[in-house]
Design a protein around this ligand. Structure first.
Ligand code: GAR
Length: 230
């Protein structure tokens, strides 16, 4: 069967791009990367794309008069390449309603928090500051409000006692690299359709499965034990 043509839009390092490149190497994977597009000519991710023999393109937002003109350039590049699904992977530009409507339910994004908590930047610092025990990442359909839109999938990681933003961020990033290819697969296979601004849930998580912090199962002497713990 023909693979779905995707574009990956980046602004920087491109580690999520790499996760998608690796997933697409698998013959069974239903998508292929037809274009890697960056708004920054010096994005390190462009090198990863070139190393993988992928088509790359720079659409520099600074070369355009305004946001609309930049997005018209994006739209044209994506159409020219026959793109069906767009994956934002560290693409640090907010898209206007014009672009989002044109590509409605065909643009997905990964964000390093359990949305709707911690939209925007510095999510790991803010998670630590807020004292959350569980953090993670989200893949969602893009809407014109920042870091909003129907959730396709989430992955949670624990916050550990001695975490700083960098150790916590590394743990989340590892989860991102597993989550993004899995969610893109659902989208491409038509298993993540939007209905009433939600994506109906799939998967085999059981009701009894829980993430606990503090753990009721392995408490140390100093831990607070829940009422029902031995
Ligand atoms: C990733 O952590 C991604 O979730 C985040 O930027 C990083 C890009 O890293 N995206 C956002 O914050 C979007 N709001 P990468 O270039 O190594 O994939």
């Amino acid at each position: 069967m023909a693979k779905t043509k995707i574009a990956v839009l980046i602004s920087g390092r491109g580690s999520n791009l790499q996760a998608l490149i690796d997933a697409c190497k698998n013959e069974e994977y239903p998508a292929e990367i037809a274009l890697v597009l960056s708004n920054k000519a010096d994005a390190a991710g462009l090198e990863r794309a070139a190393d993988a023999g992928l088509e790359t393109l720079v659409v520099d937002h600074k070369a355009y008069e305004d946001r609309e003109a930049f997005e018209a350039g994006l739209d044209k590049a994506l159409k020219n390449a026959g793109i069906q699904i767009v994956c934002l992977a560290g693409f640090m530009r907010i898209l206007t309603p014009w672009f989002v409507d044109r590509w409605r339910d065909r643009v997905i994004n990964i964000h390093p928090s359990l949305l709707p908590a911690f939209k925007g930047v510095h999510t790991h610092e803010r998670a630590l500051e807020a004292g959350v025990r569980i953090h993670g990442c989200t893949v969602h359909y893009v809407r014109s409000e920042m870091d909003a839109g129907p959730i396709i999938g989430q992955a949670a990681v624990p916050v550990l006692k001695d975490d700083d933003a960098s150790t916590l961020g590394a743990r989340v990033l590892e989860a991102e690299h597993r989550l993004y290819p899995a969610c893109l697969r659902l989208v491409v296979e038509g298993k993540a359709r939007v209905a009433s601004e939600h994506v109906p849930m799939r998967g085999s998580v059981e009701a009894g499965q829980r993430l606990f912090n503090p753990s009721p199962f392995r408490s140390t002497q100093n831990d607070v034990k829940p009422d029902n713990a031995a």
